[in-house]
Write a protein that binds this ligand. Structure first.
Ligand code: F6P
Length: 338
């Protein structure tokens, strides 16, 4: 008989034991709730039009993005799964204006969870990669209904972060602050199995990901860096670069975790007032924690993403430049010299 392998739950239980953590049971329970949401979403994403989940709704989220049907379904699946077992004290979702309180009568736990239930959802209707991103914070003692301020904490306070990629296979990638591990969903037994232990981002790369159609809006340091990449081995960077754009951050970061690279969604003339394009709590901080834990770097161009001071708005935006350490530090040099 084929060996089952290490399931995500047994991996977490063992990790908690090694760290001598007393929170083992509830934390493992919380992660289990998240995996339940992700398995349910994976099933619908995988069935696509057969499940009737493609297309848009007539509503917009707080940032003015038109919501896809699957955005709303995935959001509700996260909320239901997180409420069910009482491990979570409150939630904040990219799809909701306000933070979400645990329903009356339901048990409250020790953790706050923020999530983007369907990252890159414009890929949904064209059968391309989408994902979910989540971040876990310790809930403040004695707070029954957490407010936006309780969630608005620097990324350095995260105790865990992860994403689930719904690609050709469904993968959960997770850090609890002790490295990064990847688990592949085995559909025959319905469990995430450890397939990518100790994921590490190569320090050097010649592959970048940026939406180049925004070029005319970028700041000078990013203009200069990309112009130098495009010159290849004849330019000052002395190597031939390749470019990729999945249009779902989960896909970009997963590629970088697997083979290195740099992902940029920089500040530009159009998003300057908003502070950037991607969301600090739902995208920037969790991905920065994963990237740093895998040996990479994550900056805004000016400071570490995880040290950005939250302004109290759970939908705060942030510029991001993350991935292979040496390449990110090179882009930081362009910023310092500008
Ligand atoms: O924030 C949502 C998101 O879909 C990211 O996952 C992705 O990196 C980015 O927006 C894509 O943006 P664009 O519309 O510029 O391709």
């Amino acid at each position: 008989m084929q060996e089952l392998g290490t399931t995500l739950s047994s991996f977490i239980i063992n990790e908690q034991r090694k760290l001598g953590s007393s929170a083992g049971g509830t934390f493992t329970g919380l992660l289990n709730d998240i995996t339940i949401a992700c398995k349910g979403i994976a099933n619908l994403v995988n069935r696509g039009d057969l499940a009737g989940v493609l297309g848009v709704t007539d509503s917009e989220n707080s940032m003015g993005d038109v919501q896809k049907k699957m955005d709303l379904i995935a959001d509700q699946m996260f909320i239901d799964a997180l409420e069910n077992n009482g491990h979570c004290a409150g939630m904040a979702s990219e799809e909701q204006d306000d933070v979400i309180h645990t329903s009356e009568g339901k048990q409250r736990g020790h953790y706050l969870v923020t999530f983007d239930p369907l990252d890159g959802s414009s890929n949904m209707d064209i059968n391309m990669d989408v994902g979910a991103i989540f971040s876990i914070l310790q809930a403040p003692e004695g707070i029954i209904n957490p407010t936006a301020e309780h969630f608005s904490r620097p990324g350095t306070e995260q105790i865990a972060a992860g994403y689930c990629l719904y690609g050709p296979s469904t993968m959960m990638v997770l850090t609890t602050g002790n490295g990064v591990n990847g688990f592949t969903l085995c559909s025959s037994i319905g469990e995430f199995i450890l397939t990518h232990p100790n994921m590490a981002i190569p320090e050097d790369t010649a592959e970048y990901a940026i939406n180049a159609s925004n070029q005319r809006f970028w700041e000078k340091p990013v203009q200069d860096y990309i112009a130098d990449c495009v010159q290849g081995e004849e330019g000052p960077l002395g190597k031939r670069y390749n470019m990729r754009w999945v249009a779902a951050m989960v896909g970009e970061i997963h590629r970088i975790l697997c083979r290195g690279g740099i992902f940029l969604y920089p500040i530009d003339e159009r998003n300057r007032e908003a502070g950037g394009k991607l969301r600090l709590l739902y995208e920037g901080n969790p991905m920065a924690m994963i990237v740093e834990q895998a040996g990479g770097a994550a900056y805004t161009g000016y400071e570490r993403v995880m040290e950005v001071k939250p302004n109290g708005d759970p939908h705060q935006r942030v510029p991001v430049i993350m991935g292979s350490k040496n390449e990110v530090m090179k882009v930081m040099e362009y910023h310092k010299n500008a």
